[in-house]
Write a protein that binds this ligand. Structure first.
Ligand code: BG6
Length: 467
């Protein structure tokens, strides 16, 4: 293992510490950073309303840690302190402050504090207010010198429920913090192959001349899952596939695929380029579906009209992309879990007797089979005038090593380093919610049902005139 430096000494404060996200993703990610000796001196304050204790939480999270080692787990348990509170109880924040300072003091930690909001967005403002009122978090006025202790606030998705609520949260946060203290999470941006999209496009000269409407026929962005809503019926039923997946993950992938070359591959330029292209997105058609049996899921209304599948035809109104459809698809209860971006090129001019030959595609598999796939036409051996499609495979893990870190591990490491390139800026969030408003206007009330394990409603192909 390449030896890396320890991150700044710090205190993690996790709101929603007993939730699914904390157990499945955050604690395992912290575990990994401890195991890799990147988090060397730290403490964790886990907060929620539930009556539980640190040992139980770590035990539950251990199920999601691959090959857990006893010594690392012991470090984790010893560093984890549980604080039970109701987020809406204003008085509880004073005690939270003494609780946090006690452990900081005992461990001689500087006041570097990372506040992780693994809660629903309706709690974002109230919790932040409690932290501000009791001087638990540093506001923008006080974080001046680079050597000063820092406060960073991390907000999970969904960032609001709609444009209005996201604007309200953004306005509130902008009053309190500098934008460089705010990390809005979209965990897809921490996935190895998503981090690769801009790098592949802009460090390989072969792509840029072709990456436009002269050469590209269409682009497919697919984020399908085999699972249904699992235990998240009440959250999911209030949101659905468009708010849950399209507003964040799908539109971020679209932005990375379609953006103009940033001045530099740094946070500010990438975020400028993404925001600029998202502003040009126009929604042409939408088909919504719901899997059979969804209405019987726990905590789902028996008359629910929430979609578990969405197929969207989007256009981008700029010089590069005018006329190129972007087909965006996401669904639950699909045959397999797969996330990919496929750029389909136009057919080559016909020079052979048997035409047309297949068109080329470039595909980025986010998962499974992470990697790049380029389809080409190659001569059929022994035939003078015949080609057949072959796929040039660049399986990332096989070529570059299997240690692809989990998205949350990458994102937590970025936050510790103060790198915001893989986080969503306030304007991007708002533009995305505006696109969701366009989507809502573009779809009719019709909700097509589809069998579990199928590829979604069969009407999609017809409605989108796809072969
Ligand atoms: C989350 C959604 O953001 O992403 C879930 O809320 C979805 O509904 C999940 O299952 C998919 O993420 P991944 O990393 O498992 O592809």
């Amino acid at each position: 293992m390449v030896h890396q430096h320890c991150f700044d000494e710090c205190t993690f404060v996790i709101f929603g510490a007993t939730g699914d996200l904390s157990k499945r993703k955050l604690i395992p990610a912290i575990y990994k950073l401890v195991q890799d000796r990147r988090l060397c001196k730290f403490t964790i304050i886990g907060i929620s309303i539930d009556q539980t204790d640190e040992k139980t939480i770590i035990e539950q999270a251990t199920k999601f840690i691959v090959d857990p080692q006893a010594d690392v787990l012991t470090t984790l348990i010893n560093s984890f302190h549980y604080y039970q509170m109701d987020f809406s109880n204003k008085k509880a924040y004073a005690n939270l402050k003494s609780f946090l300072e006690k452990f900081e003091h005992e461990q001689k930690l500087p006041k570097n504090r990372l506040f992780y909001f693994a809660t629903m967005p309706e709690h974002f403002i109230d919790i932040t207010k409690g932290l501000v009122k009791h001087d638990i978090v540093q506001k923008k006025e006080t974080a001046t010198k680079a050597t000063d202790p820092w406060s960073r606030v991390v907000y999970e998705k969904p960032f609001g429920h709609n444009l209005k609520s996201s604007q309200k949260i953004n306005r509130y946060l902008a009053d309190i913090f500098n934008e460089n203290q705010i990390y809005r999470i979209d965990h897809f941006l921490g996935k190895e192959l998503v981090g690769n999209i801009a790098l592949a496009r802009f460090t390989n000269r072969i792509f840029e001349p072709l990456w436009n409407n002269n050469h590209i026929e269409n682009v497919h962005i697919v984020l399908n899952e085999k699972i249904g809503v699992e235990g998240r019926g009440s959250y999911y039923d209030a949101n659905g596939a468009i708010k849950d997946m399209v507003q964040s993950h799908v539109l971020q992938l679209l932005a990375l695929t379609a953006m103009e070359a940033p001045n530099k591959l740094g946070a500010a330029s990438i975020r400028n380029a993404k925001a600029k292209v998202l502003k040009k997105v126009h929604i042409a058609k939408v088909v919504r579906g719901q899997y059979e049996g969804y209405l019987k899921e726990k905590n789902v209304s028996p008359r629910s009209k929430t979609e578990t599948f969405a197929a969207i035809k989007a256009l981008i109104d700029n010089k590069r992309w005018r006329g190129v459809p972007f087909y965006l698809t996401t669904g639950k209860c699909m045959p397999i879990k797969e996330s990919y971006i496929q750029v389909n090129f136009k057919k080559a001019d016909c020079l052979l007797s048997a035409c047309p030959s297949e068109s080329n595609y470039f595909r980025i598999n986010i998962e499974p089979n992470e990697g790049f796939y380029l389809s080409l036409n190659a001569k059929v051996p022994g035939k003078a005038n015949e080609v057949t499609p072959v796929i040039m495979e660049l399986p990332h893990a096989r070529l570059l090593g299997p240690n692809t870190p989990e998205a949350y591990e990458v994102l937590l490491a970025d936050i510790m380093k103060g790198d915001q390139s893989a986080f969503v800026r306030s304007d991007e969030v708002q533009i995305s919610w505006k696109i969701v408003e366009q989507i809502d206007k573009a779809h009719d009330a019709k909700l097509y049902s589809y069998p579990q394990g199928s590829t979604g409603p069969h009407e999609v192909k017809k409605i989108f005139s796809l072969k």
